[in-house]
Design a binder for this molecule. Structure first.
Ligand code: NAX
Length: 331
C-alpha cells in the first residue's frame, strides 16, 4: 500500500460533493492501492450536514479511507493537499445578474486560490467544477502565483462524455468505439463540440453521420444538455458530473489511452490562436501526471468561427472580474 494522499473536496455537503466522496474513498479516482485522507470544506451553516456525511463515509468501512477533516476554513482544508476538487460555488439566485454571480464567485475562488498557494503541495492538481468553472479556475490560479499554472484545470469532461455518448448512440456503437472528441472553450452554451478529428471504430466520424445532423442537432444538443437535464429532473446534473470529475482526475493522474485524448479546460498558451489569459477547453494528452495540449490539428472555417465565439464568451466573463482579479493579485 502506498502512503496516503490528501484530497480536498469543497462544497462537500452539496449534491455533487456528497456523491463524489464515496467514489474517491472507494478508490475509483486514484486506484485500489492508494489510501486517501479527505479534507472537506464547507460553509459554516453546512458543517452539521457534513458531520452526517462523515458518519456515512465511516459506515462504508472503506479500507482506503485513512481519515476525514471537516472544516469551514480554507487554510485548514488546503493544508498539504495533493489533489483538490473545487465544487462549492455561489449558486445563481433569482434576479441575480451574471456579473453579480461572477463577482460573488470571485470572492470564493480568490480566497481558495490564496489558501492553495500558501498551504498546498507544490504539485497539487486542482480541478474546478463549480460554475462558471473556467473563470473560477482562472481566479483561483491567478491568486496562486507561486504555483505552476498547470496545477489548475476546469471541467469540460461532462460535455466531452455527453458528446461521446450521443455520437455512439447515433452510430449504433459503444462509447469506447468513439475516439478523439473535442470540447473547445467554455463550459457554457457557447462550447464547441468538434467532431472533425473524431473516429468511430477507426473511421472518420463525419463519414458516418450526415452533416446536417452534426451541424444542426448534435452541436446544439451537447451545448444544451445540462439545461435539458434540469428541465427533466428539476435539478442540475449530479451523478454524471461526478463521473466526469472522477474521469478528469483519473486521466490527469494515471494518463490517457494511447490512441485517444480527453478535453480539459487549461490556461490558454496561444495554442490554436486562442490568446493567453483564459481557461479554455482543449484536447489534452496526459502522461506521468502532466497534461499537454494536442498540437497540429487542422482547423477549418466552420470550427474557427465557433472556437472564436466561445473564446469571446470567456473574455467577456474575464472582463467582468478583471478589476477584482487585479485588486486581489496586487493586494
Ligand atoms: P449544491 O448547491 O448542491 O452544493 C454546493 C455546495 O457548496 C453547498 O453545500 C454549499 O454549502 C457549498 N459552498 C458554497 N460556497 C462555499 C464555499 N465558499 N466554500 C465551501 N463550500 C461552499 O450544488 P451542486 O449540485 O453540488 O453543484 C455544485 C457546482 O457544480 C455548481 O456551481 C454547479 O453549477 C456546478 N456544476 C458544474 C458542472 C461542470 O461540468 N463544470 C456540471 C454540474 C454542475 O452543474
Amino acid at each position: 500500500m502506498k502512503p496516503p494522499v490528501r484530497v480536498v473536496v469543497t462544497g462537500a455537503a452539496g449534491q455533487i460533493g456528497y456523491a463524489l466522496l464515496f467514489r474517491i474513498a472507494s478508490g475509483e479516482m486514484l486506484g485500489a492501492d492508494q489510501p486517501v485522507i479527505l479534507h472537506l470544506l464547507e460553509i459554516t451553516p453546512a458543517l452539521s450536514v457534513l458531520e452526517g456525511v462523515i458518519m456515512e463515509l465511516k459506515d462504508c468501512a472503506f479500507f482506503l479511507l485513512e481519515g476525514c477533516i471537516a472544516t469551514d476554513d480554507p487554510n485548514v482544508a488546503f493544508k498539504d493537499a495533493d489533489y483538490a476538487i473545487l465544487v462549492g460555488a455561489m449558486p445563481r439566485k433569482d434576479g441575480m445578474k451574471r456579473s453579480d454571480l461572477l463577482q460573488a464567485n470571485g470572492g470564493i475562488f480568490s480566497t481558495q486560490g490564496r489558501a492553495i498557494n500558501e498551504h498546498s503541495n507544490r504539485n497539487v492538481k486542482v480541478l474546478v467544477v463549480g460554475n462558471p468553472a473556467n473563470t473560477n479556475a482562472l481566479i483561483a490560479q491567478q491568486n496562486a502565483p507561486d504555483l505552476d499554472p498547470s496545477c489548475f484545470t476546469a471541467m469540460v469532461r461532462l460535455d466531452h462524455n455527453r458528446a461521446l455518448s450521443q455520437l455512439a448512440e447515433k452510430t449504433s456503437t459503444n462509447s469506447k468505439d468513439v475516439k478523439k472528441v473535442i470540447i473547445w472553450g467554455n463550459h457554457s452554451t457557447t462550447q464547441y463540440p468538434d467532431l472533425h478529428h473524431t473516429t468511430v471504430c477507426g473511421e472518420p466520424a463525419l463519414s458516418k453521420v450526415d452533416k446536417e445532423w452534426y451541424e444542426n442537432s448534435f452541436i446544439n444538443d451537447v451545448q444544451q444538455r445540462g439545461l435539458a437535464v434540469i428541465k427533466s429532473r428539476g435539478v442540475s446534473s449530479v451523478a454524471s458530473a461526478v463521473s466526469a470529475a472522477i474521469g478528469h482526475m483519473r486521466s490527469w493522474i494515471l494518463g490517457t489511452d494511447e490512441d485517444d485524448w480527453v478535453s480539459m479546460a487549461v490556461l490558454s498558451d496561444g495554442s490554436y490562436g486562442i490568446a493567453p489569459g483564459v481557461f479554455y477547453g482543449y484536447p489534452c494528452i496526459c502522461k506521468d501526471g502532466q497534461y499537454e495540449i494536442v498540437q497540429g490539428l487542422e482547423i477549418n472555417d466552420f470550427s474557427r468561427i465557433r472556437m472564436n465565439a466561445t473564446e469571446e464568451d470567456l473574455r467577456s466573463e474575464r472582463s467582468s472580474i478583471e478589476k477584482h482579479l487585479i485588486s486581489i493579485v496586487t493586494e
